[in-house]
Design a protein around this ligand. Structure first.
Ligand code: ACO
Length: 322
């Protein structure tokens, strides 16, 4: 039996850090409001001209190096993003060109903040069926480009960054299971309501920005994440206390705490980066994973539960032995 296993992790954050206080100089908000409601203290923002592809390349190279591989060993690239460089080709294909690794499949996945879980799930299936030995899975965003910087209800919440893992074929798991869900009935609660298919005029008119009903998103997220973590435990016939680390999507400390409470996990066993990264959408889970691997909290053999939710709504989880 072939499984897939995370053989390397990497991440990258743009150099430019913006604190809540700095943001409060540009928009009617305060450090206190942002901290109390979300746990966020700062975010990284890509420099002018710095793109999703640039961030993805840095994270990808670090993950490949950590796996002890070269870009030529990678047989598949799956890149999760809501903020691709161009309408086409996919950012994954553009990354393939940067890595000088040609011929294998490369494509983007769009599931907003659940994008990395979706991409991981897809890549896991390719590795398991023998299509490739090593797959590169990336979550990369310049999410701050789709924010209305005059809308204080959204612009304080997000940041830019990228995280990546290499999945390698293994005789032992690895990824035990992934669980994906979507419910398209509540599109209006979290969306960018315009895109290229409705004509560039709307985009040019400055309407293609994130719009969100925060309270509804909050309620849906807490409930959906509680259900998907229960589903994951039941599917694998394990108890929550067998999990070493929870690596949640980093949207809001209150949503993260609620899932940890549901699992009966203390916050020491939860990887939290939202305070310093804010919500980096598809990048947030691999960014958090890489941080905890590199600082030594997550060790080989640890059992980790990854979960995330975003626009769609789309959500999911993965149970992973490191
Ligand atoms: N600074 C200061 N005041 C603000 C700000 C701000 N940045 N934003 C809103 N307010 C004000 C509102 O105008 C309102 O004022 P009013 O009472 O005078 O009308 C007041 O603060 C309360 O606003 P609410 O929207 O009720 O605040 P709430 O407690 O719901 O917190 C928040 C808002 C943080 C967005 C919360 O709803 C939330 O976290 N929702 C989840 C959203 C999320 O995580 N989205 C990320 C994308 S989806 C995902 O990744 C899961």
């Amino acid at each position: 039996m072939v499984y897939s296993r995370i053989s390397g992790t990497g991440s990258y954050l743009p150099a430019n850090r913006v604190s809540n206080a700095e943001l409060a100089e540009r928009v009617d908000t305060s450090d206190q409001w942002i901290r109390e409601r979300t746990g966020i203290t700062q975010r990284h923002i890509a420099a002018d001209g710095e793109t999703t592809l640039d961030l993805a390349e840095q994270a990808a190279r670090r993950a490949i190096e950590a796996a002890g591989l070269t870009p030529q060993d990678i047989g598949l690239i799956v890149l999760a993003t809501t903020t691709p460089n161009q309408v086409f080709p996919s950012t994954a294909c553009m990354l393939q060109a940067r890595l000088q690794n040609f011929g294998g499949p490369a494509f983007d996945v769009q599931a907003v903040c659940a994008g990395f879980i979706y991409a991981l799930s897809v890549a896991d299936k390719f590795v398991r069926d023998g299509s490739t030995q090593h797959a590169l899975v990336i979550g990369a965003e310049t999410f701050t480009r789709i924010l209305d910087w005059n809308d204080r209800t959204t612009c304080v919440l997000f940041g830019d960054g990228a995280g990546a893992v290499v999945l390698s074929a293994s005789e032992t798991p690895g990824i035990y299971s992934t669980h994906l869900h979507a419910d398209g009935r509540e599109v209006q609660n979290l969306q960018v309501p315009f895109g290229v298919s409705q004509g560039y005029e709307q985009v040019q008119a400055g309407k293609a920005f994130v719009s969100m009903n925060g309270k509804e998103v909050f309620k849906f997220a807490v409930s959906a994440l509680a259900k998907v973590v229960s589903e994951t435990l039941a599917h694998n016939n394990i108890e929550a206390d067998e999990i070493d680390y929870l690596i949640p999507h980093q949207a809001n400390l209150r949503i993260i705490s609620s899932t940890a409470k549901k699992l009966g996990m203390s916050m020491e066993r939860v990887v939290v980066t939202v305070d310093r990264h804010a919500n980096t959408s598809a990048a947030s889970i691999p960014l958090a994973l890489d941080e905890a691997v590199r600082d030594g909290r997550i060790q080989p053999g640890h059992l980790c539960l990854l979960e995330g939710i975003g626009g769609g709504f789309a959500w999911g989880s993965a149970l992973v032995r490191m």
